[in-house]
Design a protein around this ligand. Structure first.
Ligand SMILES: *Cc1c(COP(=O)(O)O)cnc(C)c1O
Length: 420
Protein backbone atom coordinates (compact mmCIF):
# COMPACT_ATOMS: atom_id res chain seq x y z
CA UNK A 1 0.00 0.00 0.00
CA UNK A 2 1.23 3.43 -0.91
CA UNK A 3 0.24 6.38 1.18
CA UNK A 4 -0.19 9.88 -0.17
CA UNK A 5 -0.12 13.37 1.20
CA UNK A 6 -3.72 14.19 0.41
CA UNK A 7 -4.24 17.86 -0.43
CA UNK A 8 -6.92 19.94 1.22
CA UNK A 9 -10.46 19.34 -0.01
CA UNK A 10 -12.05 21.88 -2.35
CA UNK A 11 -14.95 22.51 0.04
CA UNK A 12 -13.86 23.35 3.56
CA UNK A 13 -15.72 23.93 6.81
CA UNK A 14 -13.76 26.31 9.02
CA UNK A 15 -14.64 25.82 12.67
CA UNK A 16 -14.28 28.91 14.83
CA UNK A 17 -13.12 27.65 18.25
CA UNK A 18 -13.61 30.98 19.94
CA UNK A 19 -17.19 31.28 18.69
CA UNK A 20 -17.94 27.81 20.04
CA UNK A 21 -16.44 28.61 23.45
CA UNK A 22 -18.26 31.95 23.62
CA UNK A 23 -21.60 30.43 22.58
CA UNK A 24 -21.30 27.79 25.32
CA UNK A 25 -20.52 30.48 27.91
CA UNK A 26 -23.42 32.70 26.77
CA UNK A 27 -25.84 29.78 26.85
CA UNK A 28 -24.65 28.59 30.26
CA UNK A 29 -25.20 32.09 31.67
CA UNK A 30 -28.65 32.20 30.19
CA UNK A 31 -29.58 28.79 31.61
CA UNK A 32 -28.14 29.20 35.09
CA UNK A 33 -28.78 27.82 37.62
CA UNK A 34 -29.66 25.01 35.19
CA UNK A 35 -26.52 23.49 33.64
CA UNK A 36 -25.55 23.25 30.01
CA UNK A 37 -25.42 19.84 28.38
CA UNK A 38 -23.65 19.99 25.04
CA UNK A 39 -25.44 18.00 22.33
CA UNK A 40 -22.88 16.70 19.83
CA UNK A 41 -24.92 14.04 18.01
CA UNK A 42 -24.81 13.59 14.23
CA UNK A 43 -21.11 14.48 14.05
CA UNK A 44 -21.73 17.60 16.12
CA UNK A 45 -24.46 18.76 13.73
CA UNK A 46 -22.11 18.24 10.82
CA UNK A 47 -19.36 20.38 12.37
CA UNK A 48 -17.13 17.37 13.14
CA UNK A 49 -17.37 15.87 16.61
CA UNK A 50 -13.64 15.16 16.68
CA UNK A 51 -13.02 18.92 16.54
CA UNK A 52 -15.99 20.18 18.52
CA UNK A 53 -16.02 17.88 21.56
CA UNK A 54 -12.36 18.41 22.57
CA UNK A 55 -12.75 22.20 22.32
CA UNK A 56 -15.77 22.06 24.63
CA UNK A 57 -14.05 19.65 27.01
CA UNK A 58 -10.93 21.81 27.20
CA UNK A 59 -13.12 24.83 27.90
CA UNK A 60 -14.41 22.99 30.97
CA UNK A 61 -17.72 21.48 29.85
CA UNK A 62 -18.36 18.04 31.32
CA UNK A 63 -21.86 17.08 30.18
CA UNK A 64 -22.41 15.75 26.68
CA UNK A 65 -25.34 14.20 24.86
CA UNK A 66 -25.57 12.14 21.70
CA UNK A 67 -28.38 10.09 20.23
CA UNK A 68 -26.85 6.65 19.69
CA UNK A 69 -24.57 4.25 21.53
CA UNK A 70 -21.94 4.16 18.76
CA UNK A 71 -21.80 7.97 18.98
CA UNK A 72 -21.49 7.75 22.76
CA UNK A 73 -18.67 5.21 22.66
CA UNK A 74 -16.81 7.25 20.08
CA UNK A 75 -17.15 10.29 22.34
CA UNK A 76 -15.96 8.32 25.35
CA UNK A 77 -12.82 7.24 23.50
CA UNK A 78 -12.31 10.84 22.38
CA UNK A 79 -12.73 12.49 25.79
CA UNK A 80 -11.75 9.81 28.27
CA UNK A 81 -13.53 8.69 31.44
CA UNK A 82 -14.34 12.04 33.04
CA UNK A 83 -17.32 13.62 31.24
CA UNK A 84 -20.91 12.54 31.61
CA UNK A 85 -22.22 11.15 28.33
CA UNK A 86 -25.91 10.46 27.73
CA UNK A 87 -27.40 8.57 24.77
CA UNK A 88 -31.09 7.85 24.30
CA UNK A 89 -31.61 6.05 20.99
CA UNK A 90 -31.05 2.31 20.65
CA UNK A 91 -32.94 -0.68 19.38
CA UNK A 92 -34.34 -3.82 20.96
CA UNK A 93 -31.25 -5.83 20.03
CA UNK A 94 -28.58 -3.13 20.49
CA UNK A 95 -25.85 -4.46 22.76
CA UNK A 96 -25.94 -2.41 25.97
CA UNK A 97 -23.02 -4.10 27.75
CA UNK A 98 -20.34 -1.94 26.18
CA UNK A 99 -22.29 1.22 26.93
CA UNK A 100 -22.69 0.28 30.59
CA UNK A 101 -19.03 -0.72 30.82
CA UNK A 102 -18.04 2.66 29.35
CA UNK A 103 -20.31 4.47 31.85
CA UNK A 104 -22.61 5.80 29.15
CA UNK A 105 -25.83 6.99 30.75
CA UNK A 106 -28.87 5.84 28.81
CA UNK A 107 -32.28 7.36 28.32
CA UNK A 108 -34.89 4.70 29.03
CA UNK A 109 -38.03 4.79 26.89
CA UNK A 110 -39.42 1.29 27.47
CA UNK A 111 -39.86 -0.93 30.53
CA UNK A 112 -37.95 -3.64 28.66
CA UNK A 113 -34.93 -1.34 28.54
CA UNK A 114 -34.87 -1.19 32.35
CA UNK A 115 -34.64 -4.97 32.35
CA UNK A 116 -32.00 -5.09 29.66
CA UNK A 117 -29.91 -2.39 31.30
CA UNK A 118 -30.01 -4.21 34.62
CA UNK A 119 -28.89 -7.43 32.97
CA UNK A 120 -26.09 -5.61 31.17
CA UNK A 121 -24.98 -4.21 34.52
CA UNK A 122 -24.94 -7.65 36.12
CA UNK A 123 -23.02 -9.14 33.22
CA UNK A 124 -20.40 -6.42 33.23
CA UNK A 125 -20.22 -5.79 36.97
CA UNK A 126 -20.67 -2.07 36.30
CA UNK A 127 -23.53 0.18 37.38
CA UNK A 128 -26.06 1.21 34.74
CA UNK A 129 -27.08 4.86 35.07
CA UNK A 130 -30.45 5.62 33.55
CA UNK A 131 -32.52 8.69 32.77
CA UNK A 132 -36.23 7.89 32.54
CA UNK A 133 -37.41 9.45 29.31
CA UNK A 134 -41.02 10.62 29.49
CA UNK A 135 -43.11 11.26 26.40
CA UNK A 136 -44.97 14.39 27.48
CA UNK A 137 -46.61 15.05 24.12
CA UNK A 138 -44.07 14.83 21.32
CA UNK A 139 -45.20 11.30 20.49
CA UNK A 140 -41.70 10.22 19.57
CA UNK A 141 -39.53 8.23 21.98
CA UNK A 142 -40.09 8.14 25.74
CA UNK A 143 -42.40 6.26 28.08
CA UNK A 144 -46.08 6.78 27.32
CA UNK A 145 -48.29 7.60 30.33
CA UNK A 146 -49.22 3.93 30.54
CA UNK A 147 -45.57 2.84 30.27
CA UNK A 148 -44.59 5.34 32.99
CA UNK A 149 -46.91 3.50 35.38
CA UNK A 150 -45.35 0.16 34.41
CA UNK A 151 -41.83 1.59 34.75
CA UNK A 152 -42.59 2.78 38.28
CA UNK A 153 -44.01 -0.66 39.11
CA UNK A 154 -40.86 -2.25 37.74
CA UNK A 155 -38.72 0.04 39.89
CA UNK A 156 -40.72 -0.70 43.03
CA UNK A 157 -40.40 -4.42 42.40
CA UNK A 158 -36.72 -4.13 41.67
CA UNK A 159 -36.14 -2.25 44.91
CA UNK A 160 -38.05 -4.96 46.80
CA UNK A 161 -36.05 -7.72 45.09
CA UNK A 162 -32.75 -6.07 45.95
CA UNK A 163 -33.94 -5.51 49.53
CA UNK A 164 -34.65 -9.21 49.98
CA UNK A 165 -31.42 -10.12 48.20
CA UNK A 166 -29.54 -8.09 50.79
CA UNK A 167 -31.25 -9.70 53.77
CA UNK A 168 -31.41 -13.21 52.35
CA UNK A 169 -27.97 -14.42 51.34
CA UNK A 170 -29.26 -17.95 50.97
CA UNK A 171 -31.70 -17.07 48.20
CA UNK A 172 -30.64 -19.45 45.41
CA UNK A 173 -32.01 -17.16 42.70
CA UNK A 174 -29.98 -14.27 43.96
CA UNK A 175 -27.58 -12.84 41.43
CA UNK A 176 -24.39 -11.83 43.23
CA UNK A 177 -23.96 -8.87 40.90
CA UNK A 178 -27.34 -7.45 41.91
CA UNK A 179 -26.68 -7.07 45.60
CA UNK A 180 -25.26 -4.18 47.49
CA UNK A 181 -21.73 -3.18 48.00
CA UNK A 182 -22.01 -2.72 51.78
CA UNK A 183 -18.71 -0.90 52.03
CA UNK A 184 -19.92 1.91 49.82
CA UNK A 185 -23.55 2.75 49.92
CA UNK A 186 -25.54 0.54 52.25
CA UNK A 187 -28.82 -0.48 50.73
CA UNK A 188 -28.09 0.79 47.24
CA UNK A 189 -28.35 -1.61 44.36
CA UNK A 190 -25.25 -1.62 42.26
CA UNK A 191 -26.94 -2.76 39.06
CA UNK A 192 -29.17 0.14 38.03
CA UNK A 193 -29.41 3.71 39.30
CA UNK A 194 -31.99 6.23 38.14
CA UNK A 195 -29.92 9.39 37.86
CA UNK A 196 -32.23 11.52 35.77
CA UNK A 197 -35.60 12.18 34.24
CA UNK A 198 -35.91 13.75 30.83
CA UNK A 199 -38.39 14.74 28.16
CA UNK A 200 -38.36 16.68 24.91
CA UNK A 201 -40.39 19.67 23.72
CA UNK A 202 -42.36 19.67 20.45
CA UNK A 203 -43.05 23.37 19.82
CA UNK A 204 -40.74 25.36 22.09
CA UNK A 205 -39.65 27.30 18.98
CA UNK A 206 -43.16 28.78 18.84
CA UNK A 207 -43.41 30.51 22.24
CA UNK A 208 -47.04 31.52 21.77
CA UNK A 209 -48.26 27.92 21.64
CA UNK A 210 -49.79 26.38 24.77
CA UNK A 211 -48.43 22.85 24.33
CA UNK A 212 -45.07 23.64 25.93
CA UNK A 213 -46.63 24.50 29.29
CA UNK A 214 -48.81 21.39 29.02
CA UNK A 215 -45.71 19.25 28.40
CA UNK A 216 -43.96 20.88 31.38
CA UNK A 217 -46.92 20.04 33.61
CA UNK A 218 -46.92 16.37 32.59
CA UNK A 219 -43.17 16.30 33.16
CA UNK A 220 -43.41 17.85 36.63
CA UNK A 221 -46.02 15.33 37.62
CA UNK A 222 -43.86 12.40 36.44
CA UNK A 223 -40.90 13.92 38.26
CA UNK A 224 -42.90 14.12 41.50
CA UNK A 225 -43.98 10.51 41.17
CA UNK A 226 -40.45 9.34 40.44
CA UNK A 227 -39.19 11.14 43.52
CA UNK A 228 -41.77 9.28 45.60
CA UNK A 229 -40.74 5.93 44.09
CA UNK A 230 -37.05 6.62 44.79
CA UNK A 231 -37.75 7.81 48.33
CA UNK A 232 -39.87 4.73 49.06
CA UNK A 233 -36.96 2.59 47.88
CA UNK A 234 -34.71 4.18 50.54
CA UNK A 235 -32.10 5.23 48.04
CA UNK A 236 -31.70 1.73 46.60
CA UNK A 237 -32.45 3.05 43.10
CA UNK A 238 -30.97 6.51 43.38
CA UNK A 239 -31.44 9.70 45.37
CA UNK A 240 -34.49 11.80 44.55
CA UNK A 241 -32.61 15.00 45.43
CA UNK A 242 -29.79 14.16 43.03
CA UNK A 243 -32.02 13.59 39.99
CA UNK A 244 -30.90 15.41 36.88
CA UNK A 245 -34.08 16.89 35.43
CA UNK A 246 -33.91 18.00 31.80
CA UNK A 247 -36.50 18.83 29.19
CA UNK A 248 -35.27 21.95 27.35
CA UNK A 249 -33.55 21.85 23.94
CA UNK A 250 -32.19 24.95 22.16
CA UNK A 251 -35.61 26.50 21.51
CA UNK A 252 -36.68 25.78 25.10
CA UNK A 253 -33.43 27.21 26.44
CA UNK A 254 -33.86 30.39 24.39
CA UNK A 255 -37.59 31.01 24.79
CA UNK A 256 -38.33 29.89 28.33
CA UNK A 257 -37.12 31.88 31.26
CA UNK A 258 -36.19 30.52 33.68
CA UNK A 259 -35.05 27.26 32.12
CA UNK A 260 -37.02 24.38 33.62
CA UNK A 261 -35.11 21.57 35.36
CA UNK A 262 -31.53 21.18 36.49
CA UNK A 263 -29.97 21.14 33.01
CA UNK A 264 -30.79 21.68 29.34
CA UNK A 265 -29.70 19.68 26.31
CA UNK A 266 -28.55 22.30 23.85
CA UNK A 267 -27.52 21.47 20.31
CA UNK A 268 -28.14 23.93 17.51
CA UNK A 269 -27.63 27.12 19.55
CA UNK A 270 -24.20 25.90 20.65
CA UNK A 271 -23.15 26.09 17.01
CA UNK A 272 -24.30 29.71 16.84
CA UNK A 273 -27.44 29.04 14.84
CA UNK A 274 -30.94 30.08 15.82
CA UNK A 275 -33.63 27.42 16.21
CA UNK A 276 -36.31 30.09 15.87
CA UNK A 277 -37.76 30.86 12.46
CA UNK A 278 -36.28 34.11 11.23
CA UNK A 279 -34.24 34.23 14.45
CA UNK A 280 -31.02 36.21 14.43
CA UNK A 281 -28.26 34.44 16.36
CA UNK A 282 -26.47 37.77 16.94
CA UNK A 283 -29.47 39.08 18.87
CA UNK A 284 -29.07 36.07 21.16
CA UNK A 285 -25.37 36.76 21.65
CA UNK A 286 -24.38 33.77 19.51
CA UNK A 287 -22.12 33.55 16.45
CA UNK A 288 -22.02 30.81 13.82
CA UNK A 289 -19.23 28.33 14.47
CA UNK A 290 -18.98 27.12 10.88
CA UNK A 291 -17.96 28.95 7.75
CA UNK A 292 -18.31 26.78 4.63
CA UNK A 293 -15.95 27.94 1.91
CA UNK A 294 -14.87 26.97 -1.58
CA UNK A 295 -12.85 28.57 -4.37
CA UNK A 296 -13.50 30.01 -7.81
CA UNK A 297 -11.74 27.54 -10.11
CA UNK A 298 -12.88 28.71 -13.56
CA UNK A 299 -14.34 31.84 -15.15
CA UNK A 300 -15.97 32.16 -18.55
CA UNK A 301 -17.79 34.75 -20.58
CA UNK A 302 -21.22 33.54 -21.60
CA UNK A 303 -23.29 34.90 -24.48
CA UNK A 304 -26.98 35.70 -24.00
CA UNK A 305 -29.10 32.61 -24.57
CA UNK A 306 -26.52 30.18 -23.14
CA UNK A 307 -27.78 27.65 -20.61
CA UNK A 308 -26.38 26.48 -17.26
CA UNK A 309 -25.94 22.98 -15.79
CA UNK A 310 -28.01 19.80 -16.15
CA UNK A 311 -31.41 20.28 -17.67
CA UNK A 312 -30.40 23.78 -18.80
CA UNK A 313 -32.95 25.11 -16.31
CA UNK A 314 -31.30 28.53 -16.47
CA UNK A 315 -30.70 30.53 -19.63
CA UNK A 316 -28.61 33.70 -19.59
CA UNK A 317 -30.89 36.63 -20.51
CA UNK A 318 -27.92 38.82 -21.38
CA UNK A 319 -24.22 38.35 -21.92
CA UNK A 320 -22.71 37.46 -18.56
CA UNK A 321 -19.80 35.76 -16.82
CA UNK A 322 -19.98 32.42 -14.99
CA UNK A 323 -17.76 31.43 -12.09
CA UNK A 324 -17.38 27.71 -11.46
CA UNK A 325 -17.33 26.74 -7.80
CA UNK A 326 -16.70 23.27 -6.34
CA UNK A 327 -19.53 22.28 -4.00
CA UNK A 328 -22.59 20.19 -4.70
CA UNK A 329 -24.90 17.61 -3.22
CA UNK A 330 -21.94 15.22 -2.90
CA UNK A 331 -20.71 17.67 -0.27
CA UNK A 332 -24.16 17.86 1.29
CA UNK A 333 -25.43 21.04 -0.36
CA UNK A 334 -29.11 20.68 -1.19
CA UNK A 335 -29.92 20.33 -4.90
CA UNK A 336 -33.34 21.78 -4.09
CA UNK A 337 -31.64 25.18 -3.62
CA UNK A 338 -30.75 25.22 -7.34
CA UNK A 339 -31.54 28.55 -9.06
CA UNK A 340 -32.32 30.10 -5.66
CA UNK A 341 -29.21 30.01 -3.49
CA UNK A 342 -26.55 32.70 -3.28
CA UNK A 343 -22.90 32.71 -2.27
CA UNK A 344 -20.51 35.53 -1.39
CA UNK A 345 -17.28 36.40 -3.19
CA UNK A 346 -15.19 39.34 -1.96
CA UNK A 347 -18.11 40.40 0.21
CA UNK A 348 -20.69 40.51 -2.58
CA UNK A 349 -23.60 38.15 -3.06
CA UNK A 350 -24.07 36.33 -6.35
CA UNK A 351 -26.75 33.86 -7.45
CA UNK A 352 -26.31 30.15 -8.06
CA UNK A 353 -27.69 29.54 -11.56
CA UNK A 354 -28.87 26.23 -12.94
CA UNK A 355 -28.94 22.97 -11.03
CA UNK A 356 -26.51 22.32 -8.22
CA UNK A 357 -24.71 19.18 -9.39
CA UNK A 358 -23.04 16.46 -7.34
CA UNK A 359 -19.70 18.26 -7.20
CA UNK A 360 -20.03 21.80 -8.49
CA UNK A 361 -22.25 24.77 -9.05
CA UNK A 362 -22.33 27.75 -11.38
CA UNK A 363 -22.34 31.30 -10.05
CA UNK A 364 -23.52 34.17 -12.28
CA UNK A 365 -21.19 37.08 -11.51
CA UNK A 366 -22.39 39.37 -14.33
CA UNK A 367 -20.91 40.55 -17.58
CA UNK A 368 -17.41 41.97 -17.42
CA UNK A 369 -17.08 41.44 -13.67
CA UNK A 370 -13.34 41.82 -13.14
CA UNK A 371 -13.64 41.90 -9.36
CA UNK A 372 -13.78 38.13 -9.22
CA UNK A 373 -10.65 36.15 -10.03
CA UNK A 374 -9.80 32.49 -10.24
CA UNK A 375 -8.61 31.42 -6.80
CA UNK A 376 -10.98 33.75 -4.94
CA UNK A 377 -12.55 32.40 -1.79
CA UNK A 378 -16.28 31.70 -1.99
CA UNK A 379 -18.32 31.79 1.22
CA UNK A 380 -21.12 29.30 0.75
CA UNK A 381 -22.53 30.01 4.21
CA UNK A 382 -21.39 31.38 7.53
CA UNK A 383 -19.78 34.69 8.54
CA UNK A 384 -19.17 36.83 5.47
CA UNK A 385 -21.79 35.02 3.40
CA UNK A 386 -25.37 33.80 3.54
CA UNK A 387 -26.51 32.04 6.69
CA UNK A 388 -27.25 28.34 7.02
CA UNK A 389 -30.82 29.49 7.71
CA UNK A 390 -30.98 31.21 4.30
CA UNK A 391 -29.81 28.01 2.65
CA UNK A 392 -32.56 26.30 4.65
CA UNK A 393 -35.13 28.66 3.16
CA UNK A 394 -33.77 28.19 -0.36
CA UNK A 395 -33.97 24.42 0.05
CA UNK A 396 -37.35 24.33 1.83
CA UNK A 397 -35.74 23.01 4.98
CA UNK A 398 -34.12 24.31 8.18
CA UNK A 399 -30.60 25.30 9.20
CA UNK A 400 -30.37 22.11 11.30
CA UNK A 401 -30.51 20.02 8.14
CA UNK A 402 -28.17 22.25 6.14
CA UNK A 403 -25.24 21.84 8.55
CA UNK A 404 -25.96 18.26 9.58
CA UNK A 405 -26.03 16.86 6.07
CA UNK A 406 -22.55 18.10 5.10
CA UNK A 407 -20.77 15.05 3.81
CA UNK A 408 -17.47 13.37 4.63
CA UNK A 409 -15.86 14.95 1.57
CA UNK A 410 -15.85 18.37 3.27
CA UNK A 411 -12.62 19.09 5.17
CA UNK A 412 -13.35 20.39 8.63
CA UNK A 413 -10.56 22.45 10.15
CA UNK A 414 -10.30 24.48 13.33
CA UNK A 415 -9.56 28.17 13.08
CA UNK A 416 -7.83 29.39 16.23
CA UNK A 417 -7.94 32.89 17.60
CA UNK A 418 -10.83 35.04 18.69
CA UNK A 419 -12.84 34.78 15.48
CA UNK A 420 -14.47 37.87 14.08
C1 LIG B 1 -31.37 16.70 19.19
C2 LIG B 1 -31.94 16.70 20.54
C3 LIG B 1 -31.68 17.78 21.41
C4 LIG B 1 -31.00 19.06 20.98
O1 LIG B 1 -31.91 19.84 20.23
P1 LIG B 1 -31.53 21.30 19.72
O2 LIG B 1 -32.80 21.87 19.23
O3 LIG B 1 -30.52 21.12 18.64
O4 LIG B 1 -30.97 22.03 20.89
C5 LIG B 1 -32.12 17.66 22.73
N1 LIG B 1 -32.79 16.56 23.13
C6 LIG B 1 -33.08 15.53 22.32
C7 LIG B 1 -33.84 14.36 22.84
C8 LIG B 1 -32.68 15.57 20.99
O5 LIG B 1 -32.99 14.55 20.17
Amino acid sequence: MTSFDIPEALVRAEIDEAALRDNAAVLADRLAPARLKCVVKANAYGHGVDLIAPVLFTAGWREFCVATIPEALHLRSLLGPEPEIIAWLYGPTTDLDEAVRADIQLGVSTVESLDRLTKAARRTGATARAHLKIDTGLGRNGLSPEAVVRAFDWLRRHAEDSRSAVTDDTDPTRDPGATTDPTRDPGATTDIRIVGIMSHFAVADEPERPETAAQSAVFSSAHGQLRAVLDAADGRLGESDDLDVHIANSPGALTLGPCPGTSARVGLALYGLSPLEGGDPTALGLRPVMRLVSTVINLKDIPAGHGASYGLTFTAATDTRFALVPGGYGDGLPRSASNRAEVAIRGRRYPVVGRIAMDQMIIDIGVGNDEVAIGDEVVIFGPGGPSAAEWGTWANTINYEIVTQLSARVDRTVRKGDGR
